[in-house]
Design a protein around this ligand. Structure first.
Ligand code: G3P
Length: 226
């Protein structure tokens, strides 16, 4: 399962990109709004941090077909290769996905609340579909189960489209989808940092150092010398 940072906080992205095995960064207009600066600057700064080999997702904001295409072209011009344009999974969005597919611009069908949206986005040529796990939970349905259903639909139809599960509030939701083998998950910096925040882990790691120091007076193997 690929793992992405769903955030536009540059400091947090820097830290997570350095310490965690992430595949890139996803954004949406609401996430970019939190950075309180020109969204183009934020996106370019994210691209600089992660480099050109990792993936960045940026969303077309215009709700018209022509506007979606214009936004998509601008996003690709701004961010270069390994950029995926998020397009809402609506009828207008499906039309834009089909056109962008013909142009060779990869898209992600986003704002997915139902398996039918995901099926149609994948059929329209989207490379990813992004179901909103926690938001689905909050509507009274089971977000994780809906993502599994979407993964089955893609697999059973041989669709060349990956799941990019989004909107997580805890690591259990993420892990259950990793166990199932969904294509990818994207989580806020706070959710990622909580993945291995655990006093038992910290204590065990420190115990090893303490025991070594009690034996040798040193806190590193290399400090023992030749
Ligand atoms: O990118 C969409 C997704 O991340 C939404 O997350 O936390 O706003 O439900 P959230």
């Amino acid at each position: 399962m690929k793992l992405f940072i769903d955030d536009a906080n540059l400091e947090a992205i820097k830290e997570i990109n350095e310490y965690y095995p992430v595949d890139g960064v996803t954004t949406n207009p609401s996430i970019l709004a939190k950075a309180k600066r020109d969204p183009r600057e934020t996106l370019k700064a994210i691209r600089e941090i992660i480099g050109e080999d990792k993936i960045i997702f940026a969303q077309a904001v215009d709700l018209t077909y022509e506007g979606m295409l214009k936004d998509a072209h601008m996003i690709i011009d701004l961010l270069g290769k390994n950029t995926i344009v998020k397009i809402p999974s609506t009828p207008v969005g499906f039309k834009a996905m089909m056109a962008l597919k013909k142009e060779g611009i990869p898209t992600c069908g986003t704002v997915v609340y139902t398996p039918m949206q995901a099926y149609l986005a994948a059929k329209a040529g989207a490379s990813y579909v992004a179901p909103y796990v926690n938001r689905i939970d909050n509507m009274g349905y089971d977000g994780v189960e809906i993502v599994k259903k979407i993964q089955n639909i893609l697999d059973n139809n041989g669709m060349e489209c990956e799941v990019l599960a989004a909107s997580f509030k805890n690591s259990q939701q993420v892990l259950e989808l990793a166990e199932y083998g969904v294509g990818g998950a994207t989580c806020s910096a706070d959710v990622i940092k909580a993945f291995v925040k655990n006093l038992a882990i910290d204590g065990a790691v420190q115990d090893f150092v303490n025991d070594f120091e009690a034996l040798t007076g040193k806190t590193a193997m290399s400090a023992l010398g030749e």
